[in-house]
Design a protein around this ligand. Structure first.
Ligand SMILES: Cc1cc2nc3c(=O)[nH]c(=O)nc-3n(C[C@H](O)[C@H](O)[C@H](O)COP(=O)(O)OP(=O)(O)OC[C@H]3O[C@@H](n4cnc5c(N)ncnc54)[C@H](O)[C@@H]3O)c2cc1C
Length: 592
């Protein structure tokens, strides 16, 4: 049976040694001293390993069941949900006004990684509630906020996001769900949504659906889409629950992974809804939820990689097979443990160096969100907007790959359900697809984000990398191992951006044929930058003296591995990008 241990030590290192959170002037950060963050993370870690992780295989094997219109979640989910609810974890980083704890997003993100790593399917019920509540907070009227937010922050009512329809996923302009205006200011929604995560379940008194639909007579395509609040139970003026609304779950999908999360077909039959935000500006309002969700999905990639790695590492130390080529390491046993073999080491180092770099990237991204939302920093806003598709696409692709590597460490046992490794791979797979498939993330990055505000944000990123290298070039300990490889990788990124600028306008296929490689190239440079920053922090700690020398030396060795073995992938991505559209587009569709 697999287990999960929260990576609290590593999170503390990133928060305090690398990001120096408590020294920043972002509102709320002064309180984030080591003791405080340690207390929160220890508590979240305990729930993750003791409550959520043991339920992960239960959710996988039992799944959700639809009976008489009611979805039954797996055994133990409801009690665990109560426990998470009572701890106030859902609204950790949401404002106090509606019952939140107003802690910075960066801390919520660290906790989110733990919960997701321990049990992704379970955590989605809560994550979607957070996202829906954030959208109501950003776009709702005072009355809507008062009606829904206290119960959503408390997770007494959960939330969903309803975009997808049978004939439209990426291209939401094709949407058919209709919202007819009523005399009392409400709307009647009719249509079908599919693949709705947490759409129906038995863990909350009410479910607040945020639904995209078209008001008849509005503009064609995506410009005619509006967002609506559609509660499962209508809410009376005094806040108590009234009649059942005209929204029902028609079916739950059988799927590859995240079995503990109900993926529902939702039928809207004249359901009563209320406009959230402005008419025909639904995508703008939904993007509040989607941007948050995209970052949360990137985190799922990292979280599944972490839990898979933890178990692969334990197995590699325990399983005896063959002898080390350099001489026997376990003379008392019939064979040496797997971890002596260089190829197993290569796999474990790939996993470890990705995970720790990705965690720093994730928490840095969360810090940018805090700087933007709490501190009103427009540059931070621009940077995180640029990097959202990279966080989502790169971390989920690589996170999935890492779960496969971890499964491979188990040999045949990795393929057998009893060991639990297959669940991590199956659960991680969806993160590459939902919230906009990763190909569409790459399209967003190259087609929109790169040129946003005349390319100001990508230029700011290049400048930031350049400045970091320049400021630290005199440090011999960093130069060869970290700064030189970072410089080379960053040059590859700049060359690819230049290629898009020179060729994208006259031949858009040339840009889009390389967009996926660009997303990965960008991701590698971000992780390279994170490793250089972590190396600087580790050197600093070793220089002043530390009781935890082994931790910092391990950090440096792991970083050197990333810079030598993974970061050079940027050259391959650049070569592919510069090959342009032709190798990709040469064949006619009929020739395939
Ligand atoms: C388990 C699960 C849970 C989900 N949860 C939710 C949810 O809670 N709410 C919700 O609304 N939806 C949800 N979805 C739907 C999910 O977000 C969509 O499946 C996803 O966005 C892709 O849409 P699609 O399946 O229609 O694929 P399509 O849009 O048909 O795309 C198919 C492929 O073509 C590519 N593609 C499409 N257009 C382009 C283009 N212009 N350029 C290049 N490539 C392109 C895509 O990258 C993809 O690989 C969920 C899906 C699943 C499987």
């Amino acid at each position: 049976m697999p287990s999960y241990t929260a990576p609290t030590r590593d999170m503390q290192f990133i928060l305090h040694d690398v990001l120096n959170v408590s020294e920043q002037d972002t509102p709320g950060y002064a309180e984030l001293d080591r003791d405080f963050t340690s207390a929160v993370l220890e508590e979240a870690g305990k729930i993750s390993s003791e409550v959520l992780s043991p339920l992960n295989p239960v959710g996988d094997s039992e799944g959700c069941v639809l009976e008489n219109g009611v979805v039954r979640t797996p055994k133990g989910f409801k009690a665990a949900f109560d426990q998470v609810r009572e701890g106030g974890w859902t609204a950790l980083d949401l404002p106090e006004e509606y019952g939140g704890q107003n802690m910075p997003y960066v801390l919520g993100t660290a906790v989110g990684e733990m919960f997701s790593g321990a049990n992704q399917a379970f955590t989605m019920y809560q994550g979607l509630t957070h996202g829906a509540a954030s959208a109501i907070l950003a776009h709702g009227s005072d009355q809507q906020k008062d009606t829904y937010l206290p119960n959503m922050f408390a997770c007494e009512w959960t939330g969903t996001m309803n975009l997808t329809e049978p004939h439209c996923g990426t291209d939401l302009g094709l949407m058919r769900t209709k919202a007819e205006p009523q005399d009392d200011g409400s709307f009647k929604l009719t249509g079908q949504k599919i693949f709705i995560s947490s759409g129906e379940h038995d863990m909350a008194d009410n479910i607040i659906h945020l639904v995209l639909a078209k008001i008849p007579g509005g503009p064609e395509g995506i410009k005619g889409v509006s967002l609506f609040i559609v509660p499962k139970f209508l809410v009376k003026e005094d806040g108590s629950l009234g009649d059942r609304n005209g929204v029902t779950c028609g079916k739950i999908e059988e799927k590859m992974g995240i079995h503990g999360n109900s993926t529902c077909v939702m039928n809207y039959d004249g359901a009563t809804g209320w406009l959230l935000g402005e008419e025909h500006k639904g995508m703008r309002a939904m993007f509040t939820m989607m941007n948050e969700a995209r970052i949360g999905v990137g985190m799922q990639g990292l979280a599944q990689a972490e839990v898979a790695y933890q178990n692969a590492l334990a197995y590699a130390k325990d399983r005896l097979q063959g002898r080390a080529v350099t001489g026997v390491k376990n003379p008392d046993g019939p064979a040496d443990p797997l971890i002596v073999h260089p190829d197993i080491r290569r796999s474990l180092m790939d996993q470890k160096s990705f995970i720790e770099g990705a965690r720093a990237f994730m928490l840095w991204g969360a810090e940018l969100i805090d700087r933007s939302h709490r501190g009103g920093d427009a540059d931070a806003e621009g940077l995180i907007s640029l990097m959202t598709p990279v966080i989502k696409g790169f971390l989920t692709d690589q996170g999935y790959d890492m779960t496969v590597l971890a499964q491979q460490v188990y040999g045949g046992h990795g393929y057998i359900e009893e060991w639990g490794m297959s669940q991590f791979t199956r659960d991680a797979r969806i993160a590459m697809i939902y919230e906009g498939a990763n190909g569409v993330q790459a399209l967003d990055l190259v087609g929109r984000k790169l040129a946003q505000d005349s390319g100001r944000h990508v230029m700011a990123f290049f400048e930031m990398v350049k400045t970091f290298i320049k400021e630290n070039e005199g440090d011999e300990a960093l130069k060869n191992d970290f700064l030189d490889p970072l410089k080379a990788a960053s040059k590859d990124l700049q060359a690819s951006a230049m290629f898009f600028m020179q060729n994208g306008m006259k031949n858009p296929n040339a840009a889009l044929a390389g967009s996926y490689d660009f997303m990965h190239l960008f991701g590698h440079v971000c992780l390279g930058l994170m490793w250089a920053r972590m190396a600087k922090a580790a050197h600093a700690a070793l220089e002043v003296g530390t009781s935890d020398e082994a931790f910092y030396r391990t950090k440096l060795a792991t970083g050197r591995f990333y810079m030598k073995r993974r970061l050079p992938a940027t050259a391959l991505h650049l070569a592919r990008i510069e090959s342009g559209a032709e190798p990709v587009m040469e064949l006619d569709a009929e020739a395939f």
